[in-house]
Design a protein around this ligand. Structure first.
Ligand code: SIN
Length: 290
């Protein structure tokens, strides 16, 4: 049966961003189902799968139906390979025997795209919930195709010719990343440079690629001018584009497209437990990142 013929139960969560896929066990996704999931992922950008029972191997195995699993990035502490799976990052606030079992704590993780500070950012991220707090810790996504469309023509044209430096000094929660040092001048920080408007190589659509606000610099502009333009663009992106807020349940798995979404994680009580496993899909598509 071809992908077009395989009918998935896809239930939209907003008119254009985010869909729940029912009736799929991520432990046993065959080629037809994988192809149909990819079509749904490219259309809805964020896919939610409830009630999944994934062990570490199954998590990596499903990730690899999307593309090769990328190594987890270094975080604020050396938690890179605590599970014997260098592809899996533990996102957690839990402290055991005085040591954090994972990254990103319980504070807010402001809007960002995963690993934008690398030369070849992952195309997707999969986050699987083992334990969730009774409240807080929701993750909200924003559609960056729509964010680009929401900008005035003149701004869009200007941005199309510009590239941005994505600072890698800090983690998504603003803590110093292992092996980095503080740098006050945004023009001199370590990181990667990407076009601000990137063409998604699978959909052919243009999306705004902002990465994260902290430490960002539009190459070639005076720092004040860069800050003012970034403020304007961020404001439009977050006020006019479609968002989807995911309220986690244990055993949820959420797959998002890093090429055309950003996300933000809300804070939650530091004495509540949140334990998530994250994998990321390496960009191995022909043509390299735009
Ligand atoms: C992340 O940004 O990788 C984690 C998001 C979350 O904890 O919800």
């Amino acid at each position: 049966m071809g992908a077009a013929a395989l009918k998935l139960d896809v239930r939209p969560l907003t008119p254009s961003l985010g869909a729940e896929v029912a009736g799929v066990d991520l432990r046993c996704v065959d080629a037809e189902t994988a192809a149909a999931l990819r079509v749904a992922w490219l259309q809805w950008l964020v896919l939610v799968f409830r009630d999944q029972q994934l062990d570490l191997d199954a998590l990596v195995h499903f990730t690899e139906t999307i593309g090769p699993a990328d190594f987890a990035p270094p975080q604020e502490a050396d938690v890179r390979s605590p599970l014997g799976h260098p592809e899996i990052m533990i996102v957690s606030n839990v402290i055991e025997n005085g040591v954090a079992i994972g990254s990103l704590g319980s504070g807010e993780a402001p809007w960002h795209t995963d690993m934008c500070y690398t030369d070849v950012p992952p195309i997707g991220t999969l986050l699987y919930a083992l334990e969730v707090p009774p409240e807080g810790g929701d993750t909200t996504f924003v559609d960056m195709y729509a964010a680009l469309d929401a900008l005035p023509d003149v701004t869009r044209r200007r941005l199309t010719a510009l590239r941005m430096k994505h600072d890698r000094t800090y983690t998504a929660v603003g803590t110093l990343r292992l092996g980095e040092r503080e740098m006050a001048d945004v023009r001199l920080t370590a990181g990667a440079v990407h076009p601000i408007v990137r063409t998604h190589r699978e959909t052919g659509r243009a999306a705004l690629y902002l990465g994260r606000r902290l430490g960002a610099w539009i190459c070639g502009l005076d720092v004040n001018e860069s800050e003012a333009l970034l403020d304007t663009v961020w404001n439009v992106a977050l006020s006019r584009a479609q968002t989807y807020r995911h309220v986690w349940r244990g055993s949820d798995a959420v797959l998002w497209d890093n090429r055309c979404t950003m996300h933000r994680r809300e804070a939650f009580a530091s004495d509540a437990r949140r334990v998530m496993l994250r994998t990321q899909v390496r960009d191995a598509l022909p043509g390299g990142p735009s």
